[in-house]
Design a protein around this ligand. Structure first.
Ligand SMILES: [Zn+2]
Length: 83
């Protein structure tokens, strides 16, 4: 299984233990393993999601200045995923 670096804790893990967050139309974030384009990987746990919510982190990783409500969007994604 390929490994990716978590945006939250910077640890390399197999992608099966992680969530891929990508930028979709309208400048929104979505959890998707298959979507094309830029994405970031985050471990499947709350601590890493919270670490990834640090201001500007996701925007820098995705090279997007269009993002709004990153914290809110990441917390609703983690809620949907159940952690
Ligand atoms: Zn992590």
């Amino acid at each position: 299984m390929p490994k990716r670096t978590c945006l939250g804790c910077r640890t390399k893990r197999p992608t099966g233990e992680m969530v891929r967050i990508c930028l979709v139309e309208g400048g929104r974030l979505a959890a998707s393993a298959s979507s094309n384009g830029r994405g970031v990987w985050i471990c499947r746990n709350k601590a890493c999601f919270e670490a990834a919510m640090v201001r500007g982190k996701v925007e820098r990783a995705l090279k997007s200045k269009l993002l709004t409500d990153v914290q809110k969007q990441l917390s609703s994604i983690s809620e949907v995923l159940g952690f």
